[in-house]
Design a protein around this ligand. Structure first.
Ligand SMILES: Cc1cc2nc3c(=O)[nH]c(=O)nc-3n(C[C@H](O)[C@H](O)[C@H](O)COP(=O)(O)O)c2cc1C
Length: 181
């Protein structure tokens, strides 16, 4: 299975980086191929709503680090599964990953035509699970619109710093999610 991993944290060794590594280890052990793109280190212009993509077969006016991900042959539509990895920033995805998601616009309804699965790995400092409510709602709405199959979530609440993961089973859950795809 081809898995596209899109991450949103600017912290290379942060909490979600550890979740991403665990997921990847499980997925690769199970024989899947994981390709990772880190939004925080990509050059990605925010969608400017010019809607040119609607008139010219889905081609975005920007030629940046999103180019290989877009188009009928691009990484997004070619993946069997997509894993979104982001810390909670003010109840949602980081701006870095949201900028990437907004650029899905150029794919239009093509996103609804393939049988794909999507997973979410996230972390937040707040230990109250309600901190994830908005992010979960956004994820489910994205699944509903794209018709992507909801492959589940690992939501590491109470984890401001990576060391906090040591007292939890969130990494194990991320590993198992990858392994059991
Ligand atoms: C700009 C910013 C906004 C944040 N907003 C929230 C928030 O709304 N709720 C929360 O519990 N934690 C919030 N946090 C904490 C992060 O979600 C938490 O530290 C997370 O584990 C960071 O993941 P990372 O190490 O993978 O970047 C915020 C952190 C930053 C830097």
């Amino acid at each position: 299975m081809k898995i596209l991993m899109l991450t949103g944290s600017p912290r290379k060794k942060g909490v979600t980086a550890r979740l991403a590594a665990s997921f990847r280890a499980g997925a690769e052990e199970a024989g899947h191929e994981v390709e990772r793109y880190d939004a925080a280190f990509m050059k990605v212009s925010p969608c400017k709503a010019c809607c040119s993509c609607r008139k010219n077969g889905g081609k975005c006016v920007y030629d940046d680090d999103m180019t290989p991900l877009l188009g009928e042959e691009g990484k997004i539509l070619s993946a069997d599964a997509i894993v979104l990895v982001s810390p909670v920033y003010y109840w949602g995805l980081t701006a870095q990953l949201k900028t990437v998601v907004d650029r899905f616009y150029a794919l239009g309804r093509s996103m609804r035509e393939k049988d794909q699965r999507v997973m979410l790995l996230s972390a937040a400092g707040d230990a109250d699970e309600a901190v994830m409510d908005s992010l979960k709602a956004q994820f489910r709405s994205l699944c509903a619109w794209t018709r992507w199959q909801d492959g589940g979530m690992v939501l590491a609440v109470g984890c401001h710093e990576p060391e906090a993961l040591d007292q939890t089973d969130f990494e194990k859950k991320a590993y198992e999610m990858g392994k059991n795809l």
